[in-house]
Design a protein around this ligand. Structure first.
Ligand code: FPP
Length: 252
């Protein structure tokens, strides 16, 4: 099993010596309100959300961020009208297909977290294709959370862990927090340094519950479809001014 030391939080520095987050996680919120404000359909809002994601992937790659994780569809989003869920499934397929060549060219590696089995077959296939075709890429790792919920992920980890305990693959005494990290969907990905949530809400909405233990948070009232390079740069600059102590007394 891949070893994931969840305390791994080393950050690169920019030209001013300030630290760049290794891993940024984003709750892409506000697509519906953005569309409503313009008299457009919610689907148009999600389409604009894909365009924002494209800008942010490019900016993160250029700014030296190594991992970007985005919340695209939560375990709770199934409660939306069937028409919106179907439109989102079609949009995932369309976006993955049209955008894949650009992601390959940008050396982006795609991963997903969540339980794909409930997605439409075309959405599952598009995701698996994107993962396979970018597996060898060495630039930004873009992780897409699809049918993802932090609690469901932890329950999945429990099931796998109990299976391995039962079969004797590991012993109870060996289980520590790194073991748990290694059973999560995010195994091998360092914990997020910075979590960004646009569109005004200040909540986690079941995103990466275990992984955000020591993350910094950055909020903006802007809707996700309006999010651009300047916003990501502002979030990173703000992150660079924070003093992270991880429960200690600071780095000095
Ligand atoms: C939340 O806004 C956004 C979503 C539920 C969907 C996000 C998905 C994308 C941007 C597409 C990503 C595509 C790929 C291929 C990864 P909301 O609808 O809850 O907005 P509201 O709160 O204003 O109604």
């Amino acid at each position: 099993m891949m070893v994931n030391d969840s305390s791994f939080n080393s950050q690169a520095g920019d030209e001013t010596g300030r630290s760049i987050p290794t891993h940024i996680a984003i709750i892409m919120d506000g697509n519906g309100r953005w569309a409503q404000a313009r008299g457009l359909s919610r689907t148009e809002g999600h389409r604009a959300g894909v365009r924002a994601l494209r800008r942010v992937v490019q900016a993160c790659g250029e700014l030296g961020v190594r991992y970007l994780t985005v919340y695209a569809f939560s375990t709770e989003n199934w409660r939306r009208p069937v028409s919106e869920v179907s439109a989102l499934m079609r949009l995932f397929v369309e976006a993955m297909e049209s955008y894949l060549p650009e992601l390959v060219e940008r050396n982006v590696r795609i991963r997903y977290i969540g339980d794909l089995t409930r997605l439409t077959r075309p959405a599952q296939l598009a995701m698996q294709k994107a993962v396979a075709e970018t597996a060898g890429n060495t630039g930004l790792t873009l992780t897409v959370a699809l049918n993802y919920g932090g609690r469901a992920e932890i329950a999945r980890a429990f099931r796998r862990l109990f299976d391995d305990l039962e079969s004797g693959k590991i012993t109870l005494a060996e289980v520590d927090d790194n073991t748990v990290s290694n059973y999560l969907d995010t195994a091998g990905i360092p914990d997020p340094d910075l979590v960004i949530r646009p569109a005004g809400e200040k909540r986690l909405s079941n995103f990466l519950l275990w992984q955000v233990a020591y993350s910094e948070f950055w909020f903006t009232d802007k809707y996700w479809p309006d999010f651009d390079r300047d916003d990501i740069a502002a979030a990173i600059a703000d992150f660079g001014r924070r003093q992270r102590r991880f429960g200690g007394l600071g780095e000095e």
